[in-house]
Design a protein around this ligand. Sequence first.
Ligand SMILES: *Cc1c(COP(=O)(O)O)cnc(C)c1O
Length: 392
Amino acid sequence: MPTGGVTRLAAGDRIPRIEGMAHVALPREILPADGRFGCGPSKVRDEHLAALVGPGSALMGTSHRQSPVKSLVGQVRVQLSDLFRAPSGYEIIVGNGGSTAFWDAAAFGLIEKRSQNLVFGEFGGKFAAAAAAPWLEAPDVRSSAPGTSIAAEAVEGVDVYAWPHNETSTGVATAIQRVEGDEGALTVIDATSAAGGINFSLHQADVYYFAPQKNLGSDGGLWFAAVSPAAIERIERIAASGRYIPEFLSLKNALDNSRLNQTLNTPALSTLFLLDKQLEWITANGGLQWADGRTRESSSALYAWAEASSFATPFVADPADRSPVVVTIDFDESVDAAAVAKSLRSNGIVDTEPYRKLGRNQLRIATFVSVEPDDVRQLIRCIDYTVDGLRG
Ligand SMILES: *Cc1c(COP(=O)(O)O)cnc(C)c1O
């Protein structure tokens, strides 16, 4: 069991030493209490892990077809619906395989003929690739450079408009707003890193899907989606159309099973348990509005520091595009960001490396709701101290 924070990782024997590179030992008083700043899997609150090995242990290793697990699934669905202030008729559905499985499920069971996919980073691009399925028309892919965003535009024949609420690979957050002038098309939002950390109106989306290992402070393996009546109608119509749909990727199957608080096959029970705890915690503190305020407090500390710094700048140039949950900070050529991330890691501050394929001299820091704003302020001190130390 973790016993709280970076200090538990500071015992030299438990830290993998990095061979042949500079390592700046950080003074104890500037260390964050918890050193997990990764964008997924992300910090799981110690209280929730303690609950898992405490009261939750009776649930682990028991049948997902019996009432204890089914009522847990039901509780999670109700809590998600409340958190998102779901308009009437919206339902929460769940399936196995994480958000990546949802992309293929959407290609089989949500896109009727053609999608429009907004691509301004890796994750938007991955859905665009899944939407290029042979039984569909080639997607209308609209791209913009990493670090910027782009808006959807009504196009005749498009029946799904899809983009990420938060592009985790670059740290760009978008507005959730339906496309004007395309009645009948669905707005389908990848909220994997946004859900539970950024306030929005579910009225503006038909499908808001995510996996719970990021802002929702749980573990991976499942996907969840809030679906509108129009999306449900679409799922049922395509399922009845005779299109070949594999059972595992069938949204109709997920819809039917979810209504019974079940999944097609075995779900990760610990993921459900930890998600339930995280939802209770967010709700008890004030829900989405509270979570939004907290992630903005953490992220603005980093953006303000970077803007004032002599060697760092926010990667996302337009403040309106800057994510409150994933902060990307570019360093000038006087600082090697990879060396900073490695040195931080040797002090128990982990996963500040940038998204691997972006290939920039930068740090990427998750300011998800589980991360304490005070820990973010400490992290800033640690970065400054490390940069000073590496410069000698
Ligand atoms: C992490 C992430 C995914 C992938 O989630 P998996 O559960 O690993 O499939 C998809 N979209 C976004 C925006 C993400 O941040």
